[in-house]
Ligand binder design. Structure first.
Ligand code: HEM
Length: 458
């Protein structure tokens, strides 16, 4: 009899514990979201421009929504919730999902972009890059390299103007930024701005992350290219180590500085953008003419004196966050978040494209109006969550200090040296601004523009 009572008691306790677990599970509120279909979940909603599709789905389900895209994915589409993810609960959302292609060549295990924040290598790499590449002192010391690259870009535009060719703006600014970065690190150009490399593989073709923003880039197999790029980088490093052993170098560039510390791979990214709004152009050119003098290149110190140019750069980043339009993070454990539970191993996407076009934050969000920043303190350094093209928090873009020096100088110099017309007599309002989807955004049709040197205007 006792034996029966003990068994009954045991089952009763098990029943109670199970009930407790079920009610605990039910108390976890999952964010709203579209109903997932069997097997494919919500994948059918993505389309070829996920940032746009997700912004549309968010209009129905709200600024935090739950989707099933292979794994549980939580999409954040408001600046308030972005602040919560990237600042207030930053630590809980600090890691990223690593794509299998990157795991395959162990890129993820070496790169600051993918390493988890609790990994000491991530902290060391960020520290090394911050102090040896992107510190104010280091960037100030190699400004001459960037000036030289801007001069190369201007020379290239002069060359196009002379032979009557249009400039593919995306490609030209892409190469310039790549060379700016490669000169900063390797003291070497990795592409020749005068060579037409379409169809011919060159260094750019081996940088998948960069290639995705290359407007004429075709889709290709990531793993293969990553293997090639690692091979190339390691070739460059080997070459440098040999030079150093033969005593052929003083420590002159970042690669040398890094070799003094470690031989970890440097990750990089890039910029590309230009706007062709005639009124904006005219205003910017007037400002440049008054402050710098028409026809001259501008330098980094000039930017502080060019408020309208700075507004154009902000507006460009707002409406067209070129490099990453969905910030991707991951949860390592169940997280309580604004009344919901975000389960462990969820992918968290912050849609910075949608935030930049949110009509509750921006008046006429689809219009390109740099003036909106004229009297506004809003900036893109990760403090104002309405404008976070570089992300925010402990994983904020490492290249930000370089990008904010390069972009206005390149743009200002192009505007101050040339007048621009769209190729084929296209009016700016008819410009095809369609974007293609990759890890980054690229224009489906290249932006072809005719440079008219200012000196030639009577
Ligand atoms: C216009 C130019 C650029 C934009 C808009 C941009 C944007 C971004 C964004 C949105 C992130 C993700 C931040 C987050 O998760 O919160 C990021 C990360 C990163 N960016 Fe950039 N980036 C730019 C240029 C650069 C450049 C020039 C470099 C380096 C040469 C660079 C290096 C990095 C690195 C290393 C990370 C990963 C940091 C980490 O996870 O710890 N970026 N960038």
């Amino acid at each position: 009899m006792d034996y029966v009572n003990i068994c009954l008691g045991f089952f009763f306790i098990c029943f109670l514990v199970r009930g407790l677990f079920i009610s605990l599970r039910r108390s976890k509120r999952v964010a709203p979201g579209p109903f997932p279909l069997p097997i494919i979940g919500n994948l059918h909603l993505l389309g070829d421009k996920p940032h746009i599709s997700l912004a549309q789905v968010a209009k129905k389900h709200g600024p935090i929504m739950n989707l099933k895209l292979g794994q549980i994915t939580v999409v954040i589409s408001s600046s308030i919730l972005a602040k919560q993810v990237l600042q207030k609960q930053d630590l809980a959302f600090s890691n990223r999902f690593v794509p299998d292609t990157l795991r395959a060549c162990n890129h993820s295990g070496l790169s600051v972009v993918w390493l988890p924040v609790n990994n000491s290598q991530w902290r060391t790499l960020r520290k090394v890059m911050n102090s040896h590449i992107f510190s104010g002192n280091k960037l100030g010391a190699n400004e001459h390299l960037r000036t030289k690259k801007i001069q190369d870009l201007i020379d290239y535009c002069h060359y196009c103007s002379k032979v009557g060719e249009a400039v593919d703006m995306g490609r030209a600014s892409f190469r310039t930024s790549l060379n700016l970065i490669s000169n900063t690190i390797f003291s070497k150009d990795l592409t020749d701005p005068f060579s037409d490399s379409v169809g011919k593989p060159n260094f750019v073709d081996y940088f998948p992350l960069l290639k995705m923003i290359d407007p004429q880039g075709i889709r290709w197999r990531l793993t293969e290219y990553f293997t090639k790029v690692l091979h190339l980088i390691s070739g460059l490093i080997d070459e440098r180590i040999k030079e150093r052993k033969m005593g052929n170098r003083a420590n002159v560039d970042v690669l040398d500085a890094l070799l003094n510390i470690s031989t970890d791979e440097i990750d990089r990214n890039h910029i590309e953008h230009l706007c062709l709004n005639p009124l904006t152009l005219e205003k910017a050119q007037k400002e440049l003419e008054q402050i710098i003098g028409r026809g001259k290149l501008i330098d980094e110190a000039d930017v502080a004196k060019l408020p309208y140019l700075r507004c154009i750069v902000k507006e460009t980043f707002r409406i067209h966050p070129q490099v990453r339009f969905l910030i991707q993070r991951k949860t390592e454990e169940d997280i309580d978040f604004c009344g919901y539970t975000i389960p462990k191993d969820s992918q968290v996407l912050v849609n910075i494209w949608a935030i930049g076009r949110d009509s509750s934050l921006w008046e006429d969000p689809l219009d390109f109006k740099p003036e909106r920043f004229w009297e506004s303190e809003i900036d893109f350094r990760g403090r104002d969550f309405e404008l976070i093209p570089f992300g925010a928090g402990r994983r904020i873009c490492l290249g930000l200090p370089l990008a904010i020096r390069m972009v206005p100088v390149a743009l200002g110099s192009l505007l101050n040296t040339f007048n621009w017309k769209l190729h084929g007599g296209i009016a700016p309002k008819d410009l095809d601004t369609e974007e293609s989807f990759g890890i980054t955004l690229a224009k489906t049709q290249p932006l072809l523009a005719i440079p008219i040197p200012v000196q030639l205007l009577g």
